[in-house]
Design a protein around this ligand. Structure first.
Ligand SMILES: [Zn+2]
Length: 128
């Protein structure tokens, strides 16, 4: 009788230990550990296999984080480059005056047709 009790306790201990182990795996993968502890505890091997087959949430988030980092890293130089070209283009795109084709560029940056006497922002062609 005692032997059965010891066996049951050992089995239970092994079950708990395995459940803890697989709950740890589940947690490492980004799942709620306690939930998977009980799943493993009650469903045993089935739950172990399930945990082993769980998609890695962290891995997915890590990949997307990595993608964002790469994206940022790629975007970073283009932003500074864009700022440089922007400051360059401010001189050219913010050219105020009459163009060769007769159109005129207002102070606000709008290009108005030659026949337009005042810009929609209120600036008159004479004021430029
Ligand atoms: Zn204007």
């Amino acid at each position: 009788m005692l032997w059965y009790v010891i066996c049951a306790i050992v089995a239970l201990a092994i079950n708990i230990a395995l459940s803890f182990t697989f709950a740890g795996f589940a947690q490492e993968k980004g799942y709620e550990g306690s939930k998977y502890f009980w799943l493993c505890f009650f469903f045993g091997v089935v739950a172990y296999a399930w945990v082993a087959g769980l998609p890695d949430v962290y891995l997915h988030s890590r990949i997307s984080q990595l993608e964002q980092t790469i994206h940022k890293a790629n975007a970073q130089p283009s932003i500074s480059h864009g700022q440089r070209t922007y400051s360059d283009s401010t001189t050219s795109s913010h050219y105020i005056g009459v163009l060769k084709n007769g159109n005129w560029i207002c102070k606000c940056g709008r290009e108005n047709s030659s026949y337009v006497s005042s810009c929609s922002c209120g600036t008159s062609k004479r004021d430029i």
